[in-house]
Design a protein around this ligand. Structure first.
Ligand SMILES: Cc1cc2nc3c(=O)[nH]c(=O)nc-3n(C[C@H](O)[C@H](O)[C@H](O)COP(=O)(O)O)c2cc1C
Length: 183
């Protein structure tokens, strides 16, 4: 099933002490173990200024890391947005990053991991991300809500909740199936 797919996992925040990065890394690990290529695009390791020049549509050169982001999006078979819930929606930093591109998202399958400190697993973010993916010309697909994120990963980022191991495995299978529909 779905051999050799390439996934771009987009981490949605640069907050100090962020927990959603653990979910991004967990998904990376599960996808790689299933034989897929996966990479995390982490704004914390990049220079992503507030948008002044979109990659294709505005005059001038986009920032170097945006050029790389655009290439990664184009190469990916599937995009996975990993987003915490901040004030009932996704972080502004994620919106700023995504706004740099547009034609690059055309027909891309999108999946979502939504993360919260409380018990609702960021489900309010999910609808906003689905709408955004549609607006970008993509195909919104499966979501994995992650609740009580501080309890399911230890401070080193290791998954300590066995139920979630299965949920990540199942989610990885579902996103592969979602991508297959559009290939
Ligand atoms: C600015 C801000 C707003 C937040 N708003 C919400 C919220 O609306 N609902 C919620 O369940 N958690 C909220 N949280 C808690 C996050 O869900 C929590 O920080 C969680 O660990 C995931 O985000 P992280 O990757 O930044 O750690 C908020 C956190 C921050 C920093």
């Amino acid at each position: 099933m779905g051999e050799d797919m390439r996934f771009l996992i987009i981490e949605g925040t640069v907050r100090n002490d962020r927990k959603s990065i653990h979910a991004a890394r967990q998904l990376l690990d599960v996808l790689e173990k299933k034989g897929h290529e996966a990479e995390i695009f982490d704004m914390k390791e990049k220079e992503i200024p507030l948008l002044k020049t979109r990659r294709y549509t505005d005059p001038g050169e986009p920032p170097e890391d945006i050029e790389q982001f655009g290439q990664r999006v184009e190469e990916a078979d599937g995009l996975v947005l990993v987003s915490p819930e901040y004030n009932h929606t996704f972080p502004g930093a994620l919106k700023n990053l995504l706004d740099y591109l547009y034609p690059e998202y055309d027909d891309k399958p999108f999946s979502f991991v939504t993360v919260s400190g409380g018990g609702f697993g960021g489900v309010r973010v999910q609808k906003d991300l689905e709408n955004l993916a549609l607006t970008l010309g993509g195909h919104p697909g499966p979501s994995l809500p992650v609740s009580h994120v501080s309890d399911i990963f230890d401070p080193d980022g290791d998954l300590v909740d066995e139920d979630y191991q299965e949920r990540f495995e199942d989610f990885a299978d579902r996103i592969v199936e979602h991508v297959e529909r559009f290939q």
